[in-house]
Design a binder for this molecule. Structure first.
Ligand code: MG
Length: 267
């Protein structure tokens, strides 16, 4: 693992043409024209997280009832294994904290975007990429932890196939004006196995393969979706905490206290 520290510069265009474009069969693909520096490989620590008391548990190792379209996704041990068709949570969320664990298929199968590809779609729209990025080259803004086609992760903290990875996601939903225009963009902060990979990244819009990102007005809340990309990616321990703004009421001016003496402050 420690030997894998060399950085490469890769051409999105070249890698894409070689390994991806032909596989999708799309006539058109969006390319942002940025030649990314490949994220450094960081060896993560070993802890994952159990749900806190206020979390909405979407998968506890036994129960698929929090997911729609999940008939083809099988439970194997404590894992939910990706099957035909993407699945969507019955619960919907706006600003939220998400914990989700996943593991790539072992032995590894395929290469590039064809190796254990899935995705966590916030609000069913915005993809945080799931991919086996352990010793598997692809375009950087399509590797594990990327906001697909928008930014690479700041590090590649991928564990080897078969080992469990954890994403901890801190999501700020976009806001829209009544006329459909964007009021404020979505932001994401995320950790991959405890390593910060996205730090308040401002999303440019949705995350399609074949055109530039854009925002289209949608509800204040949306589901979590998990992508079927044809690979048996395993998921477990999925929970979400809706984020509630802190509340308080200004009941008097701020002040300094020194013994019995109080000195009001102007604001
Ligand atoms: Mg994907």
């Amino acid at each position: 693992m420690m030997m894998r520290t060399k950085l490469w510069w890769i051409s999105s265009l070249a890698v894409l043409t070689a390994s991806v474009g032909a596989n999708h069969g799309f006539a058109q693909e969006y390319l942002n024209g940025i030649e990314w520096k490949e994220p450094a490989i960081v060896t993560p620590g070993s802890t994952n997280s159990d749900p806190p008391s206020d979390a909405v548990v979407l998968f506890d190792g036994k129960d698929k009832s929090h997911w729609k379209n999940a008939d083809a996704w099988k439970i194997d041990g404590d894992a939910l294994v990706a099957g035909r068709g993407s699945i969507t949570s019955t619960d919907e969320f706006g600003d939220c904290q998400v914990h989700i664990e996943w593991s790539a298929a072992t032995p590894p199968r395929g290469s590039g975007q064809g190796r254990s590809n899935s995705g966590v779609f916030l609000m069913g729209i915005y993809e945080l990429q799931v991919l086996d990025s352990f010793e598997n080259k692809t375009y950087s803004d399509g590797q594990a932890g990327a906001i697909y086609k928008q930014t690479p992760p700041m590090a590649n903290a991928m564990r080897k196939p078969g080992d469990w990875n954890a994403y901890d996601i801190f999501w700020t939903a976009p806001r829209f004006n009544a006329d459909g225009s964007l009021k404020s963009p979505a932001y994401i902060t995320a950790m991959h196995n405890g390593v910060l990979i996205l730090n308040h990244f401002e999303l440019k819009g949705d995350t399609p393969f074949s055109r530039a990102p854009k925002y289209t007005k949608h509800s204040e809340k949306g589901p979590i979706s998990l992508q079927d990309h044809g690979d048996p990616v395993r998921f477990r321990n999925i929970w979400v905490r809706p984020l509630v703004p802190v509340e308080g009421k200004q009941v008097r001016k701020a002040f300094l206290r020194n013994g019995d003496k109080e000195t009001p402050l102007e604001n």
